[in-house]
Design a protein around this ligand. Structure first.
Ligand SMILES: Cc1ncc(C[n+]2csc(CCOP(=O)(O)OP(=O)(O)O)c2C)c(N)n1
Ligand SMILES: [Mg+2]
Length: 655
């Protein structure tokens, strides 16, 4: 830690210089935020943050989240100056260029020290809530000796204005996450201009009303910043510190205005800023004395980590904590045995119920699973006997009552997964995936193992009607790269999909599950879902047709195949629980399953958009309008999703 207070101003100016020079070199980027928050960040990193630049993955490090991701140069400067191996000065020179780890917005998969990808305003903050939840949970399970750290957030006006902020603040206040401290860059400027153009709320009062502690400081007065942070740490509620700052502080003619938010300062203004700040070093050069002050900021953390390593080695739970933090699953043998018992019986149950039964097997065996639901526990079937409520009364609990906060839940789950040591899963109705869609996208982008339990997956939910009946949702989720979308057909497939989701450490999964009961179609334990699609029924007569179906429509496809076989027409039934896993198979497998020389027919109770990829000019049976309110069997008939209505169309095509 840096004890010399006179060193702080030049240290902060080093951040300012790097930010303005890197943005200028890239001819794009955001200098205003890093320059405005340089003083606050310098105090935090030199006086409070627990980190060891030589061990960016140290389990008990403080988590620092730059929620205002457009200010990425602030984070790159902090990592470089404090002595992380990366980014190098060359990386910073290449800010925003192809293959530089200093991407436009911070990307967790490009640079150690970037705890999460930020840029979509509000989500970094909401992910930090998840990280703070993870910390309390693991602390309760492993004790202060092994888990005892804080989560820090730098957030802008935009992060606080976004709707997700309401969800994140409500959740953090209710859960009493006292180790969460948010430093608000209160510069009263957003892109369009002064914040008074669009907001008039008393933000600190809103936070206090939500159970938070608040502080206010002059974000350019080092002593006042230090006082406010110390006060926040001393309070056992989550804290918001309003740091009154000047955007672009240090650029004498542009500071305080919205034009400094997201454009290079220009050569003249940079020269003026150098003069104003007394910064004489050339671009991308840091004077040795200032750099040595920065390099000293990690000294205390290095010592703390060495002590922690000693405690870890001595602690009987140390190995288990490290297993969880590494994301390695416990041995799967016991789970395999428990699922083996299922095969002998026939369970004609909804896939949401099968999911619950799978979770009853898995949650006792995989203690890092932390479940939850956005107020639909009884509908999503996400709670098990092994998962008791998580909250201030018991942070060791493994079930989160997220409330009606789908977006906040999804972002918090991202934060938990990225913190490490936890595999989060959470439920809502599939149709409300759109409420949290960007967080699902962020799970995929960040390689976070988050499992979304999305039930009531079609018109099969019945009477609740079109607002609740997904039509385009499953297909639109399939469009997101690195997201596994599973739509299992029966109890066995559901168990397989749960295992596949758990066994995917860098890929999030969606389980699209039914409300209505489904016949059990499989009695083998062959893990066929791992191929994404497989031949459930092989044609008896000469094969003329291949029926492709997912989830609840697979049993309809089986009925269609029977009717065709009765007429001497051979038909395969291919169950396709995951397009993504099917796409990963080799060409021979794909061509064997979906051959060129037959009529292909897809059956899925959702949009037909996209099925042409597999059926070509065959038949895509689905629903291209909104649903309706009626009992499920009536709707299946109304929308033509019965063997009786499909078979004639197939016969007509066969001619
Ligand atoms: C969800 C989302 N909406 C819009 C944007 C585009 N955007 C980036 S920064 C910004 C303004 C943010 O204002 P503030 O947080 O006050 O940042 P400052 O201008 O003070 O740096 C906007 C609208 C975004 N990144 N994310
Ligand atoms: Mg602002």
């Amino acid at each position: 830690m840096t004890s010399d207070p006179t060193a702080l101003a030049p240290m902060a100016n080093a951040i300012r210089a790097l930010a303005m020079d890197a943005v200028q070199a890239a001819e794009s980027g955001h200098p205003g935020m890093p320059m405005g928050m340089a003083d606050v960040a310098t105090v935090l990193w030199s006086r409070f943050l627990k980190f060891d630049p030589t061990a960016p993955k140290w389990a008990d490090r403080d988590r620092f989240v730059l929620s205002a991701g457009h200010g990425s140069m602030l984070l790159y400067a902090l990592l470089h100056l404090s002595g992380y191996q990366q980014p190098t000065m060359d990386d910073i020179r290449n800010f925003r260029q192809l293959n530089s780890p200093c991407a436009g917005h911070p990307e967790n998969f490009l640079l150690p020290g970037v705890e999460c990808t930020t840029g979509p305003l509000g989500q970094g903050f909401a992910m930090a809530v998840g990280m703070a939840m993870a910390e309390r949970h693991l602390n309760a399970q492993f004790g202060d000796d092994l888990v005892d750290h804080r989560t820090w957030v730098v957030a802008g006006d935009g992060c606080l204005m976004e709707g997700i902020n309401h969800e994140a603040v409500g959740l953090a206040g209710t859960l009493g996450l006292g180790r969460l401290v948010v430093l608000w860059d209160n510069n009263k400027i957003t892109i369009d201009g002064d914040t008074s153009l669009s907001t008039s709320e008393d933000i600190l009062a809103r936070y206090r009303a939500s159970g938070w502690h608040t502080e206010d400081c002059d974000g350019h007065d080092f002593a006042d910043i230090e006082r406010a942070i110390a006060a926040a740490m001393a309070d056992d509620r989550p804290s918001l510190i309003s740091c009154r700052t000047v955007i672009g502080k240090g650029a004498p003619n542009k500071q305080g205005g919205h034009n400094v938010h997201g454009a290079p300062l220009g050569k003249d203004e940079i020269a003026a800023a150098r003069e104003y700040l007394g910064w004489t070093a050339a671009p991308f050069e840091i004077p040795a004395d200032i750099l040595s002050h920065w390099r000293a900021t990690g000294d205390a953390g290095r010592d703390l980590r060495a002590e922690w390593e000693g405690r870890l080695a001595a602690n009987p739970q140390g190995t288990e904590l490290m297993r969880r933090m590494a994301g390695e699953l416990p041995s799967g043998e016991e789970a395999g045995l428990a699922f083996g018992e299922w095969l002998g019986k026939t369970q004609n149950i909804a896939s949401r119920k099968a999911s619950e039964l799978a979770l009853e097997v898995l949650t006792p065996l995989v203690p890092e699973m932390v479940g939850g639901s956005a107020d639909l526990t009884g509908s999503n079937n996400t709670k098990t006997k092994a998962t008791t409520p998580f909250g201030p009364a018991d942070y060791a609990g493994r079930y989160v009552y997220y409330g009606i906060r789908e977006f906040g839940m999804a972002a918090a789950m991202n934060g938990m997964a990225l913190h490490g040591g936890i595999i989060p899963y959470g439920g809502t109705f599939l149709v409300f995936a759109d409420y949290c869609r960007n967080a699902i996208r962020m799970s995929a982008l960040q390689h976070a193992r988050v499992i979304y339990v999305l039930t009531h997956d079609s018109i099969g939910l019945g009477e609740d009607g079109p607002t609740h009946q997904p039509i385009e949702t499953v297909m639109s989720l399939r469009m997101i790269p690195n997201l596994q979308v599973f739509r299992p057909a029966d109890a066995v497939e559901t168990a397989e999909c749960w295992n596949l989701a758990l066994a995917s450490p860098t890929t999030p999964s969606v389980l699209a599950l039914t409300r209505q009961n489904l016949p059990q179609l499989r009695h083998d334990g062959a893990m066929l879902s791992a191929q994404g699609a497989y031949r459930l029924v092989a044609a008896s007569a000469a094969r003329k047709v291949v029926l492709l179906a997912t989830g609840s429509e697979v049993s309809i496809a089986v009925d269609v195949a029977k009717a065709l076989e009765d007429k001497g027409i051979g038909a395969d039934v291919v169950s396709m629980p995951s397009w993504e896993l099917f796409e990963a198979q080799d060409e021979a497998y794909k061509a064997d399953l979906i051959p060129a020389d037959v009529l292909k027919v897809s059956i899925e109770a959702g949009t037909t958009f996209g099925w042409q990829k597999y059926v070509g000019d065959g038949l895509a049976i689905g629903i291209d309008s909104f649903g309706a309110s009626a009992p499920a069997p009536v709707l299946y008939d109304h929308f033509g999703l019965t063997a009786a209505k499909i078979v004639p169309q197939v016969l007509e095509r066969l001619g």
